[in-house]
Design a protein around this ligand. Structure first.
Ligand code: PEP
Ligand code: MG
Length: 645
């Protein structure tokens, strides 16, 4: 039995027999079919893969096809054949090597990753041209190879791929993204590839690869793998007060998360829609992907993060300035605000898709309050446009990622304006510790980052509580079994982890919650929806309320202009003018909250709704804001009324 600790490109657990993909020996190959038909045939098989793989892969497969047609690749091979009379197989290999070298010399790690793609495509072309077939997977297996190209991966039967181990790889490669999207555990790094033969027992567990385990270890691993498969099929056990949400990098991930019983999606990354393609995705294309995901999640929250491009995720079609320190430069919200048209296209698609489900929009890499203001202003502009175009849309909740120390320190101000926070501990650790998150050798600094990050989490939660907004942790820290209890004890409301970690995180959260008193639920009574002085029902200066005609009422003379949910529940209606909402509590009772007396006459002036009809809300969550001065200047009372049916 041999055990290796490797790098994780996609976390998970698998126990299956090895299927070794050897470096194809192309030395004796003879061209049996024409170069052009081989290119056509490979293109067709990629297109077939696209139709089977689902829409979210379109961009990636399109990129493979574009690469296949690249003048520096097949164009160059053609030139070598025509101008220099080179044999087709030699011409393919030579052209591929040339282009791969160009990619490998590029400082951008993302572009460097394309070298494997071009070599993979060349390997496939050589196989086709010499009349040979890619080996077929006959049973469930863990693939073992020096390197696996996306082209090869897409050709194999994905249902049978239990896991993958390669000597060469990276966590940002196309293969890693593909593996993540279909939930296949994938490790890369140094191991003795030659000692593994077809049919050998292999176990992937977290970052470890075990070759040839003994019977007992093998049986245990098979059991564990089966348990995980059950979890993925939706049979997760236990309920936790802490929301156990999933991170998704594609629409496919959303489907897997829904099947695995996630409480919602805490982070849907949208970069996959923007990378690996020739041009920006259209509003309609994005709308379809977001709507499909929203429908899959039904009533559950789907938090979609606007594009976090820049740094290592740079689309070729977007002319971003080349910077010495891209992680400190134009990325995330900065790219969005500097490319307004591109951002507006995404926002319009999100606002439209929000009409189809419980979407929340999340902004990445926030460092300043004005970024949230500017984004919110653009959203309002897009809403107006969509409404005037007669397209159905909805203004969802808008939250920010807290992943820079600046955002932590500005959290109280951000919490006043944001509807929720999500803590991105990957970047927060990077920027706090001045430690490159891609560092291959972070030494002791990664663990040293935990304490300062926890102190920041405590500040963030305090700020969020002050404004009644919820806090999720969606960075890798949330998926660390040894951190779940500490995060819950700090008071985070939701943990968002990869689909593979959902079950284990839920188990850990359930353990952590034993004996813990969850802050007030509806059975313990309602909370006051506003800070202020209580006014008895009979003193409310409006007979509609004081007579009891609208149920049991209470007034609150507010100290500020904020109205919160008095209990967990669902918003059943909102006044168009923004001055009133009704909530259905978990027992089905309806509570009306009315901000101000006769304020309907203001026709919305001075009111901002923070929740929409159909939203699930948590006790203490901000529902609406009003400008007390506008109400008083109009000669009206700002008294907040709560009426129980
Ligand atoms: C993070 O920074 O923790 C995060 C979740 O975002 P990403 O990993 O996509 O940068
Ligand atoms: Mg981040």
């Amino acid at each position: 039995m041999e055990r290796y600790v490797l790098k994780t490109a996609n976390e998970g657990m698998a126990a299956a027999k090895a299927f070794c993909i050897s470096e194809s020996d192309e030395s004796g190959n003879i061209a049996k079919i024409s170069f052009d038909s081989a290119v056509e045939s490979l293109k067709k098989s990629l297109e077939d893969a696209a139709s089977k793989a689902g829409k979210e892969y379109d961009g990636m497969i399109e990129a493979q096809i574009l690469l296949l047609e690249d003048p520096h690749f097949t164009g160059e091979a053609r030139r070598l054949m025509e101008a220099e009379g080179t044999d087709p197989i030699e011409a393919i290999k030579k052209a591929a090597l040339g282009l791969a070298q160009e990619f490998e010399d590029n400082p951008n790690p993302y572009i460097r990753g394309r070298a494997a793609d071009v070599k993979g495509l060349a390997g496939e072309l050589v196989l086709i041209i010499s009349g040979r077939q890619t080996e077929e997977l006959k049973e469930d297996a863990i693939l073992v190879a020096q390197e696996i190209s996306p082209a090869l991966f897409l050709k194999l039967d994905r249902q049978k791929i239990r896991g993958m181990v390669t000597k060469k790889g990276s966590s940002t490669s196309h293969l890693a993204v593909l593996a993540g999207s279909v939930g296949i555990p994938y490790l890369y790094g140094d191991f003795d590839q030659d000692s593994i033969n077809d049919g050998d027992r292999l176990i992937i567990d977290g970052e470890s690869l075990t070759v040839g385990p003994d019977d007992e270890t093998w049986k245990e691993a098979l059991k564990k793998a089966e348990k995980q498969a059950l979890a993925k099929s939706g049979k997760t056990a236990g309920h936790t007060d802490t929301g156990i949400f999933a991170n998704a990098g594609s629409a496919g991930d959303v489907e897997r998360a829904a099947n695995a019983g996630a409480d919602g999606i805490g982070l849907m990354r949208t970069e996959f829609l923007f990378l690996d393609r020739a041009s920006a995705p259209s509003e309609d294309e994005q709308f379809e992907v977001y709507s499909k995901a929203a429908k899959l999640m039904g009533e559950k929250e789907l938090t979609i993060r606007t594009m976090d491009i820049g740094a290592d995720k740079t689309p070729a079609w977007l002319d971003l300035p080349s910077e010495k320190n891209p992680s400190l430069g134009c990325r995330g919200i900065r790219v969005s605000l500097q490319n307004e048209q591109l951002f507006k296209t995404q926002l319009r698609a999100l606002l439209r898709a929000s009409a189809n489900g419980n979407i929340r929009i999340m902004l990445p890499m926030i460092t300043s309050v004005w970024e949230l203001d500017d984004a919110a202003a653009l959203m309002r502009g897009c809403m107006k446009e969509l409404e005037s175009e007669g397209l159905s849309c909805r203004m969802p909740k808008v939250g920010v990622m807290i992943e820079t120390p600046a955002a932590v320190m500005m959290a109280p101000e951000l919490a006043e304006k944001a509807d929720f926070f999500s803590i991105g501990t990957n970047d927060l650790t990077q920027y706090t510790m001045a430690l490159d998150r891609e560092s291959e050798d972070p030494g002791r600094y990664e663990e040293s980052g935990i304490e300062p990050v926890f102190r920041m989490i405590s500040l963030i939660i305090k700020a969020a509580r002050g404004s009644g907004i919820d806090v999720c942790v969606c960075g890798e820290l949330a998926g660390r079994e040894d951190m779940v209890k500490r995060l819950i004890d700090e008071g985070v409301d939701k943990l968002s982890v990869s689909v593979a970690k959902l079950e284990r995180t839920r188990e850990k959260a359930a353990e952590a919650e034993i004996g813990r008193k969850r802050p007030v639920s509806v059975t313990c009574g309602y909370a006051a929806p506003a800070d202020g002085r209580i006014v008895p029902m009979e003193e409310i200066p409006d007979p509609a309320f004081s007579s009891g005609e609208l149920g049991q009422c209470i007034g609150i003379m507010p100290e500020n202009g904020r109205v919160y949910a008095p209990c967990d529940g669902r918003i059943t209606s909102v006044a168009k003018t923004g001055h009133a909402v009704t909530i259905e509590d978990p027992e089905g009772k309806t509570i009306l909250i009315h901000a101000g007396i006769d304020t309907v006459s203001l026709d919305g002036k001075g009111f901002v709704l923070k929740a929409a009809e159909g939203d699930r809300v948590l006790k203490g969550q901000l529902l609406l804001e009003f400008d007390r001065k506008i109400i008083e200047d109009a000669g009206l009372s700002p008294m907040v009324i709560v009426a129980l049916e």
